[in-house]
Design a protein around this ligand. Structure first.
Ligand code: NDP
Length: 398
């Protein structure tokens, strides 16, 4: 029996950040059912070869690299395919604004903000993986989405879980929204060893396979902090109704506690194809290739409180959320600069939190930390924070 809510295929889809971890998981799902999708645009930063391969595999109309230096390679790799090629940040924005039914926004970092905003102009659904969009300019993005009547579906597994547990739209009865956190690879590392933790150790996430930036964010728990800010914008709740629960097995992705004491949770294997598939097919559910969860084989699930002393980035993000205004945008930019420098071996693991904290202090002291009301304001604040963070980093270089 067909579900009357099932959108008629083929649906027009664009994937921003198509060569990344979320992008390739999305493409895996799409390629299993080519009859359901017309792929409009795929984008990447500089990985022209992988992008061209992807564009050819799905018969995309357009492929765009953000880095102009990668254009020649992209053009050559697409020769004879009939697929349009373009380059530069503005071309990514134009690709995002092509008419579609759904856009998967999976660029990493604040670079995803302008394309995510542009997507709102010409689509009906944004499946949002790029949490930085909401951290940098959540009020602006959600306001624009509402004004244009675009549905924002969360790809992030925790928010996707919560979205499912909230489907009855009974927000008034919600006592608490709880994001689970695996605790990352350093959950039990002795505190005195934290300063010396190397990127190759931080990149070994115990449960999830993800891009490098989000993996480091998971090791510092900044990821959970960014997700609290994301949840605030997606679900319209303040810090008083948001919680974090460390759950090392990553089987429960998110929970909603209702005022009557009921706790609703979504459980699943730690595979992003579940939440991505949910978004692609929403409002109906379809099978995915994800292995079903075998609870008996798992035996037990465990839970702990987060340790904010061990993970100061979580506390910094909570404080930025509580303060509001442009502080989350500054926090995000400082974190991006710190993570980049940590991955390059220039600063230590504990310098990430120090850089974020010092950048926030200095940015606030400039008096220029207002809530961004436009893309231009968000970009200006992001630039300011990056400049300050880069200065801070120079004082921390080993
Ligand atoms: P990856 O690093 O794996 O991929 C990032 C993608 O963005 C790539 O396609 C990359 O292109 C592109 N990109 C990078 N920089 C730019 C830029 N300046 N302009 C345009 N495109 C750019 O990241 P993930 O897939 O892991 O994460 C994507 C987003 O999803 C992040 O916001 C992350 O927090 C979020 N997320 C990820 C999860 C995961 O499991 N991976 C889970 C939940 C959320 P290129 O290949 O050319 O560099």
């Amino acid at each position: 029996m067909t579900d009357p809510r099932d959108p008629a295929p083929p649906r027009r889809l664009s994937i921003l950040g198509a060569t990344g971890s979320i992008g390739t998981s999305t493409l895996d799902l799409v390629q299993r059912h080519p009859e359901r999708w017309t792929v409009v645009a795929v984008t990447a930063n500089g990985n022209a070869t992988a992008l061209a391969r992807t564009a050819r595999a799905v018969g995309a109309e357009l492929a765009v690299v953000a880095d102009p230096a990668a254009y020649a390679d992209l053009k050559a790799a697409l020769a004879g395919s009939g697929i349009e090629a373009a380059a530069g940040p503005s071309a990514v924005i134009e690709a995002a604004a092509r008419s579609t039914d759904i856009v998967v926004s999976a660029i990493v970092g604040a670079a995803g903000l302008a394309p995510s905003l542009a997507a709102l102009a010409a689509t009906r659904i944004v499946a949002l993986a790029n949490k930085e969009t909401l951290v940098c300019a959540g009020n602006l993005f959600m306001r624009e989405a509402a004004r244009r009547e675009v549905t924002v579906l969360p790809v992030d597994s925790e928010h996707n879980a919560i979205f499912q547990a909230l489907e009855t739209r009974n927000m008034a009865a919600v006592a608490e929204i709880i994001l689970t956190a695996s605790g990352g690879p350093f959950r039990t590392t002795p505190l005195e060893r934290m300063a010396a933790l190397r990127p190759e150790d931080a990149l070994k996430h115990p449960n999830w396979s993800m891009g490098r930036k989000v993996t480091i964010d998971s090791a510092t728990l900044m990821n959970k902090g960014l997700e609290l800010i994301e949840a605030h914008h997606l679900f319209g709740v303040g810090l008083d109704r948001l919680g974090v629960l460390v759950h090392p097995q990553s089987v429960i992705h998110g929970l909603v506690r209702y005022s009557d004491g009921s706790l609703l949770a979504e459980l699943g294997s730690p595979d992003m194809r579940t939440p991505i598939g949910y978004c692609l097919d929403w409002p109906v559910r379809r099978p995915t290739p994800v292995a079903p969860l075998d609870l008996a084989a798992l035996g037990q699930l465990t839970f702990e409180k987060p340790d904010r002393l061990r993970f100061p980035c979580l506390a910094l993000a909570e404080a930025a959320l509580a303060e509001g205004r442009g502080q989350p945008c500054v926090l995000n930019a400082a974190n991006e600069i710190a993570v980049e420098n940590y991955l390059a071996g220039r600063i230590g693991y504990t310098d990430i939190a120090v850089t974020v904290e010092m950048t926030l202090d200095r940015a606030i002291a400039t008096g220029a930390v207002a809530d961004p009301g436009s893309l231009e304001e968000a970009t200006r604040l992001d630039d300011l924070a990056r400049r300050i963070a880069a200065e801070v980093v120079t004082t921390r270089i080993r």
